[in-house]
Write a new protein. Structure first.
Lengths: 164, 615
């Protein structure tokens, strides 16, 4: 056996105690000097990158389809009120409530998690009970503005509702 | 009060004439349906409107005048004013527009309480959109711009208390063809229905108004949505012509078929009972019912009927197409033969597995110690059954390929039929498992009842059938002795029986699950509203959940112009509203009731068909 010669690469595959593949390299430097190297499979950085990118892209896509870009409230006197939210993907979901069904637009207080918040909402009339409220439609649910913003919108809406 | 005028987009560039439409009762609004052009004779116009009113049931009237004067037509204004006297009514709208100018004037002439004409002129200008000029097409160039806030109303110039006007532009053809959901049964357009519903109802009921056009040779020349190009398709017309004889033929065939099915020969008790149990027969009868609905020669009156017919027809077509595909796939490479050849070894294998299972039970299953004698008896009993079953299968083996071949052909009646046949074949092939389950369950049930009754005896009690409760009772000595003895015997034999029962119940559950999955697929194909979904995808305006408004580009100080678009129904609502009601099989009992039945050893039939009787 010459110096620095490798033993023939045997076809026998070696594994560690958990079953992962490892490779054995035997190098003989001289008659009385041999070197053995055991190496295990590396986690390549490209794989890590690919997985990380995939996870982030999935999160972004989910975000893209569910995140609300802006919300619109269109009040048309004597016709009705239109509430629409448009998403980051360009999709828009609209709802129109006729003036006959609307009792009033008010600012309500609510307990949300650990806070008390104000929100603007539309009160709908109850067909069976003229002075009752059948349901409440909250507005600006994703943006959740604070009281100063709500008061401004509220005053404007009340001007229109009062006129017709 | 704000006056709302619903104005069709097709009339934006119409020549001067009279506005024909409908004042909505109870609301301060008017729907403009068409424009009648000059020259006309007022008497003929009145007669025509009266005729259309009778045909459509909509209270049509002349709403006012529309003027878009071309060159050489000055002086229209005064002429239009004189028309007011010919068509007397509550309010008269004078809309006018000038060529080349962005202006649009609107005069509203109300009638005051004294009956005199009170003129109240205001000039409200309508601003036209830039895009309309660019596109050059009528009505399609309106830019949809969402206003960030509320709509503005105009300050009066005259300062009198007068009408504010909102123009709501709508696309006439789409509104006519669309259906507002939730579709209630059609009610007359009374004051109590909502404004939008009244608008939609008015336009869709005025179909007879849209027959005559300005290009037709008639005394009255109209402009409406048909003026933009006649809508019609040769294929649709041909299909309409061909559908009647096809329907009659199908109906006749179905009558023959149903009379055959109901004939006395086939109504003998065993056959009827078996056919009510087999899924394929149930599916056949269900499809026959469907075809009867579809091929009935009467036209569908309401929207729901029409959608139902169309959905059934489409689902039938889909079914048959999928069935034909299946046939193509099965017969192309003689897969049927391969299937038949694989069936026998599979049945043999199942039997062998069962035998091994029984041998295991007869030994010491899961380390439990069984009562040897009872074990051997039960085990041998079931082994003999399996032996019989295998002999039976081997007897049938030469015929299997032919049977499968014809069964495969039956898929041309639809994929659902093939799947129900498959479910039935599985039921037949696993009949021995069903038998074992019944034996095991009955045995276990007997044992449990015996145990409960003897336990009561052991405690000195008895079940009072009259009062439906447990009473104390004094037994004789020998009764007590024998009772206790029997109780002990039954108690110690319980594990063996319980184990057999458990094993066979599990097997039976597996088979039931497989059948359930097949049934669910069949159910899904049966009830899926393909036509409604197709409509929603390709003609989303026909199924309307509501409307959406967008404010058209306007200058401050001018009245409001809105574009009314149709907000289509969401996909989930479409599926929910238009699902065909099926005989769907659903779990009969809740989970708790099921567990209770299993524990007591009562026979369970977890899937129940809606039409068949409960066992």
């Amino acid at each position: 056996m010459q110096n620095g010669e490798h033993f023939g690469m045997e076809d026998e595959t070696y594994t560690d105690i958990d079953g992962k593949a490892i490779s054995l390299e035997c190098q003989s430097h001289s008659g009385f000097c041999r070197e053995f190297t055991v190496s295990s499979a590396k986690v390549s950085i490209s794989r890590v990158m690919v997985y990380t990118c995939a996870v982030w892209m999935t999160a972004y896509i989910i975000f893209f389809f569910t995140e609300v870009d802006h919300e619109t409230l269109l009040v048309i006197g004597s016709l009705g009120v239109q509430v629409s939210s448009s998403y980051a993907s360009g999709r828009e979901s609209t709802d129109f409530i006729e003036m006959d069904k609307i009792k009033d637009i008010v600012i309500n207080e609510a307990i949300h998690m650990q806070r008390v918040i104000y929100y603007l909402c539309i009160l709908l009339k109850d067909p069976s009970d003229p002075s009752g409220v059948s349901s409440v439609v909250p507005l600006f649910q994703s943006s959740k503005p604070r009281l100063n913003c709500l008061v401004k919108v509220y005053r404007s809406c009340q001007e229109i509702l009062a006129k017709c | 009060m704000v006056l709302k005028i619903f104005f069709p987009q097709c009339c934006n560039k119409a020549d001067s004439g009279l506005l024909v439409g409908h004042w909505l009762p109870g609301q301060d609004s008017a729907v403009v349906l068409a424009v009648i052009h000059y020259p006309f004779i007022p008497g003929q116009v009145k007669q025509y409107i009266h005729q259309i009113r009778g045909q459509s049931g909509v209270d049509l009237a002349v709403l006012g005048s529309w003027s878009m004067p071309k060159e050489g037509q000055e002086g229209m204004e005064s002429f239009l004013r004189e028309l007011r006297t010919i068509f007397p009514q509550g309010r008269w709208l004078q809309l006018s527009r000038e060529m080349g100018k962005i202006g649009f004037t609107c005069n509203v002439l109300p009638r005051d309480q004294n009956g005199k004409l009170v003129e109240q002129e205001k000039e409200l200008e309508k601003v036209e959109n830039d895009l309309e000029g660019k596109s050059g097409k009528d009505g399609r160039g309106w830019k949809n711009e969402e206003a960030g806030g509320e709509g503005k109303t105009k300050e009066e110039k005259t300062g009198e208390e007068g009408d504010k006007v909102i123009f709501v532009h709508y696309e006439q053809r789409k509104v006519m063809l669309s259906q507002l959901h939730p579709t209630d049964p059609p009610v007359p357009l009374t004051q109590s229905t909502s404004e939008l519903r009244q608008v939609f109802g008015t336009v869709s009921q005025s179909e007879s108004l849209f027959f005559l056009d300005k290009y037709d040779d008639s005394p009255v020349k109209l402009t409406h949505w048909q003026s933009e190009g006649r809508e019609g398709s040769i294929i649709v017309e041909l299909m309409k012509q061909a559908s009647t004889p096809v329907c009659l033929l199908t109906a006749w065939i179905l009558v023959l078929w149903t009379s055959l099915c109901n004939s006395r020969i086939l109504n003998v008790f065993p056959l009827r009972f078996i056919s009510s149990k087999l899924c394929s027969c149930v599916q056949l009868s269900y499809r026959t019912e469907h075809l009867q609905t579809v091929s009935s020669p009467t036209r569908a009156t309401s929207h729901t009927d029409y959608m139902r017919k169309a959905n059934i027809f489409m689902s039938f077509l889909l079914d048959v197409t999928l069935g034909l595909l299946l046939i193509y796939w099965l017969y192309r490479e003689n897969r049927v033969g391969q299937l038949a050849n694989a069936l026998l070894p599979a049945a043999d294998r199942v039997a062998k597995e069962l035998e091994e299972l029984l041998q295991w039970l007869m030994g010491a299953p899961a380390g439990l110690k069984m009562n040897r004698a009872l074990d051997q008896v039960l085990g041998r009993f079931f082994l003999y059954h399996i032996h019989l079953w295998i002999s039976y299968i081997h007897l049938m083996s030469p015929f299997i390929e032919m049977i499968l071949w014809y069964v495969g052909l039956s898929a041309c009646l639809g994929l659902t039929f093939a799947l129900s046949l498959l479910s039935d074949i599985i039921a037949l092939l696993t009949f021995h498992i069903y038998c074992f389950y019944v034996y095991g369950a009955r045995l276990y049930c007997l044992k449990v009842y015996g145990l409960t009754s003897l336990w009561r005896l052991f405690r000195g009690r008895k079940w009072n059938v009259l009062r439906q409760r447990v009473d104390s009772c004094s037994y004789d000595m020998d009764q007590l002795f024998i009772g206790t003895l029997l109780f002990t015997i039954l108690l110690f034999l319980l594990p063996t029986t319980a184990l057999y029962y458990l094993v066979f119940t599990l097997l039976r559950m597996v088979v039931v699950m497989v059948q359930g999955v097949l049934q669910l697929t069949v159910d899904f194909i049966n009830s899926f509203p393909l036509f409604a979904l197709g409509l929603r995808v390709f003609r989303s305006y026909t199924l309307a959940e509501g409307v959406k408004f967008s404010v058209l580009c306007e200058e401050p100080g001018t009245p409001l112009h809105l574009m009314m678009d149709i907000n289509p129904l969401k996909f989930s609502s479409v599926v929910q509203t238009y699902r065909t009601a099926t005989y769907s099989c659903y779990p009969k009992d809740s989970w708790l009731a099921l567990c209770k039945k299993l524990f007591l050893g009562e026979l369970i039939y977890p899937w129940r068909h809606k039409t068949t009787k409960i066992d």
